[in-house]
Design a protein around this ligand. Structure first.
Ligand SMILES: [Fe+2]
Length: 418
């Protein structure tokens, strides 16, 4: 059988109810590997852009203007900034996305399932285009609402967007564009390989797409690029950078939910997350999940905790985690953000298990951003019996800490910091 014939076959093996994922039999036709990107629909877009770009250090890889899309432009009249800002901390085209909340509300306001107000998307990487395509029929069979399928430009990731039972828009994707050494995104001429429907398999490779564009005379260096606005005055472990720290990984994401059991069932049974542990906090069960070796990349908190913990009265985001490269950078990040009007705030460490030191700061919309530098890595036997709870009293942090066996383990950052 040729490769093309093989890829038209369903991954489901009816005799045992398992799916063939690259020759490995699994309960689902895909395996989520990591949190790929996350996004907010901002109430204060300009201030949030300044915070996440200038203070945190995400770089804008492409500003996409919804108002330039003819069918939707009229819907967006009166909104001062109609861009969706695709931002990155590493070589993935985007790991963070920001847009004005009114833009998202107007674009999705009439649909039966629409993203919740402040969370634009929680996006997970799977291993192949085949996994994405097989996931689509898997979700349809389970009557999981799907927002859309295909391949968005900019970003080039092939995807499907399923909603969780409380309308958080998830995305599974394969093959996000990589931004290379000269920091340019793909030129719009390559966007013609975007898809608004499920693609037939197989598709040509990205290398082939680029070769065809080059042969057609496209200037491959004509894509968007943003230069750093701040001066690089900080010696960060030997490299001069504009801030004294570097975000090397995104997540975990913490969600406030109405029904922890129902939403847990979706993320474990449908999406395949592994339950790491529960924490009972002031009588409320909070639940932590992983998709790889990290202690957790997703956490569910009862919405009854929102008033106590903050995050904005109309947001279901309890927290957005950002991992910096090391403990010294974490301490320096706390000082740097405090100088810029974002001091660490009170946060119960018990709600962020698997971490040793963490600082909570609020973004301009009131979302809690959790900065940390270490997360426990979990093997097949599960997490340690007693949860490691972070110290969140930043003023009492020591200058240095002893190394742990799993220090600097887990997902590695690839490439230079700046
Ligand atoms: Fe996405």
């Amino acid at each position: 059988m040729s490769g093309a014939d093989a890829s038209k076959q369903s991954a489901l093996r009816s005799e045992d109810g398992l799916y063939d994922v690259g020759g490995v039999l699994l309960e689902r036709p895909f395996k989520i590997r990591r949190l790929g990107h996350f996004g907010f629909s901002a109430r204060n877009l300009a201030e949030c852009l300044s915070f996440y770009r200038d203070d945190i250090g995400f770089k804008v890889s492409d500003p996409m203007d919804f108002a330039k899309i003819p069918p939707v432009a009229k819907l967006l009249e009166g909104i001062p900034d109609t861009h969706q800002y695709f931002m990155r901390h590493g070589t993935d085209h985007h790991s963070f996305v920001l847009a004005d909340r009114r833009v998202i509300d107007r674009l999705y306001g009439t649909k039966a399932h629409k993203p919740t107000h402040s969370i634009n998307q929680l996006t997970w990487q799977v291993g192949s285009l085949r996994e994405v395509v097989d996931a689509i029929s898997y979700f349809e069979e389970r009557e999981v609402p799907i927002n859309r399928t295909g391949r968005d430009m900019p970003g080039s990731n092939w995807h499907v967007y399923p909603f969780d039972p409380e309308s958080h828009r998830n995305e599974l994707y394969y093959g996000i564009e990589q931004i290379g050494w000269f920091a340019k995104g793909k030129p719009p001429a390559l966007y013609e390989r975007g898809f608004h429907t499920t693609p037939d398999l197989p598709q040509i490779s990205e290398e082939e797409e680029v070769a065809r564009a080059q042969a057609a005379g496209v200037d491959l260096a004509s894509g968007f690029s943003e230069r750093e606005a701040r001066e690089s005055t900080y010696d960060v472990d030997g490299i001069l950078l504009p801030r004294p720290f570097k975000v090397v990984r995104i997540g975990p994401v913490g969600l406030y939910v109405e029904d922890v059991e129902k939403v847990s069932a979706f993320y474990t049974q449908v999406m395949g997350f592994i339950h790491t542990r529960d924490v009972v906090f002031e009588g409320h069960v909070c639940r932590f999940f992983r998709c790889n070796t990290e202690h957790h990349s997703l956490a569910l908190y009862p919405i009854a905790l929102r008033e106590r913990l903050g995050g904005g009265p109309d947001s279901t985001c309890m927290s957005f985690g950002l991992q910096v490269a090391n403990y010294r950078q974490l301490r320096d990040a706390v000082a740097y953000l405090a100088e810029r009007g974002r001091p660490a705030v009170e946060f119960p460490g018990a709600l962020f298990p698997g971490v040793d030191y963490a600082a909570a700061v609020r973004d301009p919309d009131g979302h809690t951003v959790l900065l940390y530098s270490f997360m426990e890595q979990v093997g097949p036997d599960g997490a340690r019996a007693e949860p490691l709870n972070p110290s969140t009293q930043t003023a009492a942090w020591p200058e240095r800490i002893p190394g742990r066996a799993d220090h600097f383990m887990g997902e590695s950052y690839l490439g230079p910091w700046g």
